[in-house]
Write a protein that binds this ligand. Sequence first.
Ligand code: GLV
Length: 325
Amino acid sequence: MKPSILVTRAVFPDVVARLSEHFTVEDNPDDHIFSEAELIQKLQGKDGLFANPADRISAALIQACPQLKAVCNMAVGYNNVDVAAATAAGIMVTNTPDVLNETTADFGWALLMATARRVTESEHYLRAGKWQKWTYDGFLGADVHGSTLGVIGMGRIGQAIARRSMGFDMQVVYHNRSRLTPELEARANNARYLSRDALLQTADHVVLVLPYSAAVHHFIGADELALMKPGATLVNIARGGIVDDAALIAALKQGQIAAAGLDVFENEPAFNPAFLSLENVVLTPHIASASAPTRRAMANCAAMNLIAALSGQTPPNLLNPQAVK
Ligand code: GLV
């Protein structure tokens, strides 16, 4: 008998078809958002879970689904999964690294450019019919070329962002849990390691790409924002919760920093409505990896992990090998 799986949210039909060759699949083409209780109910008798980063896979859910053997997240980030609880229950957890590095780095740049050069703010002005004449000081922004880029979280995506800065003649400073090798620093536009606070004081544009964990909750709060240069730009393509959104709103209101570009928010898809009243912020709905080829590659990667996990192989992107020891 084929193993049974749940695909929690709508996903490419051909990926569901691929999964159906290996599994009895319950999918969700209408894209309902299930409560934890509904997920638990649907997971009874299921061996695998094809999850979305918006699904919360808690310790309580894991405990309530004794047959579950694998949780395969269609995302590189996996802070939505209680990995420790999954490991203790012998459940494999996987993510989708690498396939999204370049696309996500492109989007970090899109937000950085849009934010520093006030692209959406000026477009809103034009669309509102307010553009009556050219002015010498209309929408003056910050230069990107020749400036100092600060990358917090210098993993694969952070390094891809840093590499792109060569074309803009930028200096790169970075902060990371551990220093890169000299070879990797050289490839990342000769990135220079700094403490978080020194980076915030040095960079003209700061991009956050670090993974979320409780240890970095509000890693950028009022005190850290106060360290940034007055004309600085902050971009967050990492996870909501890394930035204290209320503190950021206060800093943007006071002009403490020039602007922010945000793809992720605390409590998303809900977010602090005060952002909407600010002009100096570019807001996008968690789409950094959303190019058509990359989202498809992520879905296929999650499917490949699930197929391996439930056929007795080690999934290529297994996060918790201890689960199967
Ligand atoms: C998206 O946010 C991801 O973690 O892949």
